[in-house]
Design a protein around this ligand. Structure first.
Ligand code: PEP
Ligand code: MN
Length: 344
């Protein structure tokens, strides 16, 4: 339920409404606009009549949100959500580019790639340290040692860092080191993990599950939003289809569909969606043309020796070329690339 306060409603009227929401075992989420305050009342609200809020002083109107996803819906929050990430904003006019290796493999590997992607135009650095590998017998990531290298790379380049979290037990250590918690495709429906991340105030990149619908992705994001963490970006990374020519099938449709259903920023991962470095640039350009707010791209200084996802990793040179082309596409759709940090 969405409770729209009258313009100029007082703080005590807002507090009174929040009290009422909580007395009815619902959670209140307040959006303070310039002119008006909107309060979302979420939980098992179907059993609560909206009339009990309509009569409260300062309330202008009460509407039920028709979609099953509430806090992420455009109905609740018509404007795009824009949030800043150390030096740039996601979700506004600018397109953010996150780049880096699939896995952090060593200090030298990471620092070299970090500098190369920043010079080529990346705004943020990615690198996995807890890796969700299909086989338990292959490289599983460096764990906390990898987080130390990521922190050093941030120090060196000024770029915020993005790394995948796989378990609730990793929340404390991850929050200490990273700027963005990536929830991988395989964990999109790990509801305990989503709730734990909802309790943090660290930004999140929530990837779509391998065979999850758009609605399931939006419902997963509600687990984080309802904990009070509003800094959520959604990421299309390809879905399983009958097609075997590529690792996954990029659901380009998901970009405009998500942009119409939700106010959350939408990011595309053409590396995992294609699984082949030969196709990454084409799909990256298509995504920006389709309205994506950002890209996350795997880059490796020696792709043929990468410990994971080498086949889909771009060399720094090819990544630099992609950035130049993406810039032109962004301008064609009245957007621009987010500014790259000046030399520190
Ligand atoms: C990754 O980003 O390296 C990764 C494992 O992605 P996904 O969860 O989309 O497969
Ligand atoms: Mn990968």
């Amino acid at each position: 339920m969405m409770i729209i306060m009258q313009p100029g409603a007082s703080k005590s009227q807002v507090a009174h409404v929040i009290n009422h929401i909580e007395e009815n075992n619902l959670f209140a989420h307040v959006i303070e606009g310039v002119e008006q305050t909107i309060i979302g009342a979420v939980g098992e609200s179907h059993a609560v009549p909206k009339e009990i809020f309509e009569v409260l002083p300062g309330v202008l109107s009460v509407t039920r949100i028709s979609q099953p996803y509430k806090l992420g819906s455009r109905q609740f929050h018509p404007e795009n959500s824009v949030f800043s990430l150390d030096g740039f904003a996601v979700g506004g006019d600018e397109i953010a580019i996150i780049a880096g290796p699939c896995s952090v493999e060593s200090r030298t590997q990471l620092l070299e790639i970090a500098q190369a992607v920043r010079e080529a135009g990346a705004n943020a650095l990615r690198g996995g340290v807890f890796k969700p590998r299909t086989s338990p017998y292959v490289f599983q990531g460096l764990g906390e040692e990898g987080l130390e290298y990521l922190a050093e790379a941030r120090e060196l380049t000024g770029m915020p860092i993005v790394a995948e979290i796989m378990a609730v037990s990793q929340v404390d250590v991850m929050v200490k080191y990273v700027d963005v918690l990536q929830v991988g495709a395989r964990n999109m429906q790990n509801y305990n993990l989503l709730r734990a991340i909802g309790e943090t105030r660290t930004s999140v990149l929530l990837k779509r599950g391998l065979s999850a619908t758009i609605e399931e992705l939006l419902m997963a994001s509600e687990y984080i939003l309802s904990g009070g963490n509003t800094r959520v970006m959604l990421c299309e990374r390809g879905i399983r289809t009958f097609e075997t020519a590529t690792r996954n099938t990029t659901d380009i449709n998901a970009i405009p569909v998500l942009k119409s259903l939700t106010h959350l920023p939408v990011i595309l991962d053409p590396s995992h969606s294609t699984g082949d470095s030969a196709y990454v640039a084409s799909i990256a350009k298509a995504a920006v043309a389709a309205g994506a707010d950002g890209l996350i791209i795997e880059v490796h200084n020696d792709p043929s020796h990468a410990l994971s996802d080498g086949r889909q990793s771009l060399t720094p040179e090819n990544f630099a070329k992609l950035v130049r082309q993406v810039k032109a596409v962004a301008e064609a759709v009245d957007r621009k690339l987010a500014p790259v940090k000046a030399n520190l």
